[in-house]
Design a protein around this ligand. Structure first.
Ligand SMILES: NC(=O)c1ccc[n+]([C@@H]2O[C@H](COP(=O)([O-])OP(=O)(O)OC[C@H]3O[C@@H](n4cnc5c(N)ncnc54)[C@H](OP(=O)(O)O)[C@@H]3O)[C@@H](O)[C@H]2O)c1
Length: 222
């Protein structure tokens, strides 16, 4: 499941260092509810560095429901990196009693293990992390439902690999208007095009934002 908020003109963020909130409180709470249904949440290393997200389920009631089902209060956290320039003190690693996985490409694997081995499981990602292989590996580790939360580089790889069953796209009511900012996706060969249109499954207004849910595979809704 791929979840993303973007501006009217398709940007994920501004070009400045400060994180740009795109959604509103009601939608952040909706995302929290979706997170609680997942086994793992994945973001790219740039998002870990730029946004410093904790990626935890915030609602205590949802945490309790997960624990009652025999799960950790929040899903596992997953990231991928080539350069291994990740801070072990960042919220991704420091927050939450949940499993943290780092898929790192081989050239910097040793460095990643030295730096992050005490706060995460560092996995050999091969020459370049292939999102198909990563998904298989996560499945073998017990992850059936993965939530991909950005950024654009990661969205592009999961979508072009045709691995996404559901896309939840939230459109915020403003423009960013700066091509230096990161877009929802970058260039690529996407399985949905003018000849093969995606299926729009739901449109929901949530205050001043709109949620668009697309069914991108036969597994949508399972
Ligand atoms: N609006 C939203 O819903 C939302 C959600 C999330 C993020 N964002 C925004 O998105 C921006 C970041 O997006 P982004 O596209 O620049 O970065 P990203 O997708 O978060 O991360 C890209 C990084 O992930 C690693 N990576 C990606 N593919 C890899 C592969 N195949 N193998 C190994 N490592 C790989 C690399 O890390 P290394 O550089 O460490 O090698 C790469 O630089 C931020 O500004 C953030 O605020 C917005």
């Amino acid at each position: 499941m791929l979840s993303c908020g973007m501006s009217i003109d398709g940007y994920l963020d501004s070009a400045t260092v400060k994180r740009l909130p795109l959604s509103n409180d009601a939608d952040f709470d909706r995302v929290d509810a979706v997170r609680a249904t997942c086994d793992a949440i994945l973001v790219g290393a740039a998002t870990v560095r730029n946004d410093n997200p904790s990626l935890l389920v915030r609602s205590k009631a949802r945490q309790r429901e997960r624990v009652a089902r025999g799960l950790r209060p929040s899903p596992s956290k997953v990231t991928l990196t080539r350069r291994a320039k990740l801070d072990p003190a960042s919220a991704f690693f420091a927050s939450g009693d949940v499993e943290k996985l780092v898929y790192c490409t081989r050239p910097n694997l040793t460095q990643a293990k030295q730096k992050l081995g005490s706060v995460a499981t560092v996995v050999d990602g091969g020459e370049d992390v292939d999102v198909h292989a990563l998904s298989h590996d996560l499945h073998a580790r017990g992850v059936s439902r993965l939530m991909v939360e950005g950024g654009g580089t990661v969205h592009t790889q999961f979508l072009t690999a045709d691995l996404v069953d559901e896309l939840q796209l939230v459109v915020a009511p403003f423009f960013v208007g700066d091509s230096q900012a990161r877009r929802f996706v970058s260039d690529g060969l996407f399985p949905w095009n003018p000849q093969r249109r995606a299926t729009l499954a739901e449109v929901r207004q949530i205050g001043d934002v709109v949620l668009l849910r697309y069914a991108l595979s036969g597994r949508f809704g399972e």
